[in-house]
Design a protein around this ligand. Structure first.
Ligand code: LLP
Length: 434
């Protein structure tokens, strides 16, 4: 599986190359830990979505969930390749603005948008805002009245209560979820719609749901389509309310290790499109736009994390390969028990192997990058390449233990460029007051 996924990774001559770039050379010029993205792979995945999420019956819209990996170069790449984008904070809105993104195509999510964020969304011309609750719709209507010359499309996030099989921290449609309005609270949903409709510059455009992340199999998504289209029928037949957009969220699973079996993007798109076409025909619905919001699946497999092995320790039970980073640059193993795969740079697949644990350098027992992995015998100074690190890795990096944030490079056709400089020690303390 990994070989198909990572066909731009070539091992030979004691080195590993990604998109023709030597990792040994790269590590001489850029400090590790270093995030590396294969730019062609990003573009290929974007097109797999935009080419296949299409239908003669509606506009299929692909919104990249930028929280998975957000920087100006990435946002520009999305715009160039026909993707819409979302944001969940003033920081993400601001980055989109500075990157020159068409703000009318931006979707603004979040369960708790602040007054300042809402005001900026109007000022920057954000096109669509997803309201998470009745309470938020009331706040939004008040803010909207301050901007009579601006208008905004509004979707309402409902919680269809679909417990997708994934880590509990990334389920979002459980009965106790903080997100959205539970689908059976019809009066609450209706009051939210009425609140939106009563504001002259807010336009109620439809429904949104996002059922979770790293979900395999199509059943949760087809159930989501069925339940939401039933809801659209109820809104139309009982209340005369038309939804012009149905936004199904993201959550499509990716490969991290050989237990993960993601369906190809093309198949995911076809399944959702055909579920929508069938449901719309059966229920006589005519939304003009159907939206999906992939984040992880656009960036995960195109991204790598390069570490240097800085110490090898034989402990009571484990042999540890310690690397020069850890939960400050890759927190997902500690937070979600995520299991990554990795290789030693330049070591052929048939090199003699031993069972080791990759440990980080943070003062925290949970700071384990990968527990119990078969890797070739290593020595200090060897490089370790973690696969499928492109989603929620850099974007969740932090300064724990005052480790500076890693840099990010894009590689393509044998060349590399920084898209985010590594944080220097002085960058890190620049805001501290004497
Ligand atoms: N749309 C909405 C409204 C979302 O909240 C999310 C993710 C997405 C789309 C994109 O989901 P994706 O396609 O990336 O699964 N930090 C966690 C993941 C949190 C996801 C939050 N929302 C992790 O590292 O696994």
């Amino acid at each position: 599986m990994k070989n198909d996924v990572f066909d731009s990774v070539v091992v030979g001559d004691g080195d590993t190359r990604i998109a023709g770039v030597s990792l040994k050379e790269l590590a001489k010029e850029c400090p590790t830990p270093l995030y590396i993205y294969d730019e062609d792979r990003l573009v290929k995945t974007m097109h797999a979505y935009t080419d296949h999420f299409t239908s003669p019956k509606f506009e299929g819209r692909v919104v990249y969930a930028t929280k998975a990996f957000n920087c100006k170069a990435m946002l520009r790449l999305c715009q160039k390749n026909g993707l819409y984008m979302d944001s969940v904070s003033l920081g993400e809105i601001y980055t989109a603005h500075k990157a020159g993104i068409d703000m009318s195509g931006l979707y603004f999510h979040g369960n708790n948008k602040t007054v300042i964020e809402m005001r900026r969304a109007f000022e920057y011309g954000v096109g669509t805002l997803i309201v998470d609750s009745l309470e938020e719709s009331e706040k939004l209507a008040r803010i909207a009245s301050e901007y009579p010359d601006c208008s905004m499309r509004i979707l309402i996030r409902v919680n269809p209560i679909i417990e997708a099989a994934t880590h509990k921290h990334i389920q979002t449609a459980t009965p106790d979820s903080k997100f959205g309005i539970a689908i059976d609270r019809k009066d609450n949903v209706l009051e939210t719609i009425r609140t939106i409709q009563s504001a002259p510059n807010l336009h109620f455009a439809g429904l949104h749901a996002h059922i979770g992340s790293q979900i395999f199999g199509s059943d949760p998504f087809t159930k989501e389509v069925d339940d939401l289209t039933d809801y659209m029928v109820m809104l139309r037949d009982e209340h005369g309310i038309h939804c012009e957009e149905l936004d199904l969220g993201g959550g499509f699973g990716v490969w991290y290790n050989d237990a993960d079996t993601p369906a190809p993007v093309e198949d995911v798109c076809r399944t959702i499109v055909s579920a929508c076409e069938k449901a719309f025909a059966a229920k006589n619905l005519t939304p003009s736009v159907v939206t999906i919001e992939p984040g992880r699946s656009i960036v995960a497999e195109a991204g790598y994390l390069l570490y240097e092995i800085t110490l090898i320790k034989k402990a009571l039970k484990d042999t540890f390969y310690f690397v020069d980073g850890g939960m400050s640059d890759l927190i997902r193993p500690a937070l979600y028990e995520a299991v990554y795969s990795a290789d030693l740079v330049g070591k052929p697949a048939d090199a003699p192997k031993q069972l080791v644990t990759i440990g980080g350098k943070c003062c925290e027992s949970g700071d384990i990058v990968i527990r119990d992995i078969e890797l070739p015998v290593a020595k200090e100074g060897d490089l370790l390449l973690v696969y499928s690190a492109g989603a929620y890795g850099y974007s969740m990096a932090n300064n724990y233990n005052k480790n500076p944030l890693p840099g990010v490079v894009f590689v393509k056709d044998g060349t590399w460029r920084y898209v985010v400089r590594p944080e220097s020690l002085d960058d890190m303390i620049a805001r501290e007051c004497d």
